[in-house]
Structure formats: structure tokens, C-alpha cells
Design a binder for this molecule. Structure first.
Ligand code: NDP
Length: 255
């Protein structure tokens, strides 16, 4: 990495943290206009399943491209991180959109564009860091407590995320469009275990890679999902009079 890119990388990392803080506060007041918050006034739109494929495919492509095109030596441990990333994003791009049952649902192009920017930004920061500093991740890192705890957290989050999304996706039969109260799994305690799973994944990634780009991505994920979980939780209470009163939004017994 040359001097210019090193400086740019530092500013992007710090700037990314600052932007995550602004997004976190903003989304408490203005929920991103997709899914149950779909509303007019956000410009042209495209089919939402197609939107998921388009925006997440950038995450599938950018991180490995930045990793493999970087000049550093590619250790097996660093490549393992690329595999973990790909497991999450190939599922999100190729399987999740096909499992959705909502004919006619659309998403504003502005949301697709911001998600593409988010994925390019985080894919570049994380892929470039792993590619350039791959030699930090030797075989010994596999036994480091940070790697073990972080990878354990990532895999736990992956299972929670996919399982919880799956419960939601099974609430609708083909052609159905409405919302129902989800039960089962972590829905017993919280309204948005899919978001909790996603947060665990990227927190685990930050710990396992022990990197600033990993931390930036975890903060951005929290900035997107904590306000949305709060909005979903309030929406469920407003929409269903029989909504389980003891359920929290995102963290069991806490929030
Ligand atoms: P939601 O929980 O809002 O919705 C997931 C899917 O389930 C949608 O197809 C939704 O339909 C459907 N659904 C949700 N609730 C119900 C219900 N009560 N009854 C019937 N169907 C329901 O998640 P998002 O769409 O916001 O996110 C999808 C995935 O993407 C999640 O795993 C999330 O973690 C991840 N994500 C990650 C982000 C990050 O920053 N890393 C940012 C945003 C999402 P409909 O679309 O019609 O509402």
C-alpha cells in the first residue's frame, strides 16, 4: 500500500466510524423506506428481490477482489476470513432473495445505491486490509483467543441470523403479503433475532480479525440495525394488540 492510499485508508476508516454515528441517530427518526416502511417520495424503484441480489453481489465480489489483488503473501488463515465472508454474502445474495414471498414489493433505487456504496466501502476496507496485512494472520493466529472467540461469535451469529430470517420467511405462503407475529427460536425473547444474529456475526468478525476495518463494519451494522430493530418492535406493538408483552426489541431482557 503506497503512502497516499495508506493516508486515504486511515481517513476512510475514521470517517466511516463518524458516519456510522450519524446514520445511527438518523435512522431512529427516519426508518429506511423498504419492507414495512415502504412509502412514496423516495424516487424510482425496482423489484425488491432483484434489489437484494444487486446490492449484496457487490459484497460478494469486492472483498475477495481486494484481497487477492493485494500484493501481500496470502496465508491460509487470512483466506479463511474470506471464506467466512463469502459464506454469509453468497447466502444473502443467492438464497435469501429467492426465499422471499412478496410479489410486487419494490425498493427505492436510492436505498439500493446506498447499500451498494456500503458494501463497496466495507468490502474494500476489509479486503484490502486482509490482503495487505495477510502475513499477520499466521497459523498461530488460529489458536489465539481473539480468533477463537471471534469466529465462535461469527458462526453463532450466522446460525441465529439464517434461522431467524427463515422463521420470518415461512410466515407467508406463496402470494401472501401481510405480516404475522413470529414465534419460535429467539423470537421467544426478542422481536428481531435476525438482526441480533447479524450483529453477532460482524462483532465476531471484528474480534477475530482484530482490525479497525472490522470494527468499522460492526459499527455500521449496529448503526443500521439497532434503530430498525427498535422501529420493528414498536411497529409490532402498534399493529398486533396480542403481541407478547415481555418480548424485547434486540437484546433479551435488556432492550
Ligand atoms: P426484516 O426482518 O424486516 O424482513 C426480512 C424478511 O421477512 C422480509 O422479506 C420481510 O418482508 C419478511 N418479514 C419480516 N417480518 C415479517 C412478519 N412479521 N410477517 C411476515 N413476513 C415478515 O429484515 P430486513 O429486510 O431489514 O433484512 C433482511 C436481512 O438483511 C436480515 O438478515 C438483516 O440482518 C440483513 N441486513 C443487514 C444489514 C447490515 O447492515 N449488515 C442492513 C439491513 C439488513 P417485507 O420485506 O415485506 O417486510
Amino acid at each position: 500500500m503506497g503512502e497516499f492510499e495508506r493516508a486515504a485508508f486511515r481517513y476512510l476508516t475514521l470517517g466511516g466510524m463518524g458516519c456510522a454515528g450519524v446514520v445511527f441517530i438518523t435512522l431512529f427518526f427516519i426508518p429506511a423506506p423498504y419492507g414495512r416502511y415502504t412509502r412514496t417520495g423516495w424516487g424510482p424503484r425496482i423489484n425488491s428481490s432483484l434489489a437484494w441480489v444487486v446490492m449484496e453481489s457487490f459484497a460478494v465480489g469486492v472483498l475477495p477482489a481486494c484481497f487477492f489483488l493485494s500484493a501481500g503473501m496470502k496465508t491460509g488463515t487470512a483466506s479463511l476470513f474470506v471464506i467466512l465472508w463469502e459464506i454469509h454474502y453468497v447466502h444473502r445474495t443467492c438464497i435469501f432473495p429467492l426465499r422471499r414471498h412478496k410479489p410486487g414489493r419494490t425498493m427505492p433505487i436510492v436505498i439500493v445505491g446506498s447499500a451498494v456504496a456500503f458494501n463497496v466501502f466495507n468490502g474494500y476496507l476489509n479486503g484490502r486490509y486482509l490482503g495487505v496485512y495477510a502475513d499477520l494472520y499466521t497459523g498461530a493466529w488460529l489458536l489465539d483467543p481473539r480468533f477463537l472467540a471471534g469466529t465462535g461469535l461469527f458462526l453463532t451469529g450466522l446460525v441465529v441470523n439464517i434461522h431467524s430470517d427463515e422463521i420470518l420467511l415461512r410466515l407467508r405462503r406463496s402470494g401472501e403479503t401481510g405480516y404475522k407475529i413470529p414465534y419460535g427460536g429467539l423470537y421467544r425473547w426478542i422481536s428481531c433475532p435476525n438482526y441480533l444474529g447479524e450483529l453477532l456475526e460482524w462483532t465476531g468478525w471484528a474480534v477475530a480479525t482484530w482490525s479497525l476495518p472490522g470494527l468499522v463494519f460492526a459499527l455500521w451494522t449496529a448503526a443500521n440495525l439497532v434503530p430498525r430493530a427498535y422501529a420493528h418492535h414498536r411497529w409490532y406493538h402498534a399493529y398486533f394488540s396480542s403481541y407478547p408483552p415481555d418480548r424485547k426489541a434486540l437484546f433479551p431482557y435488556v432492550f
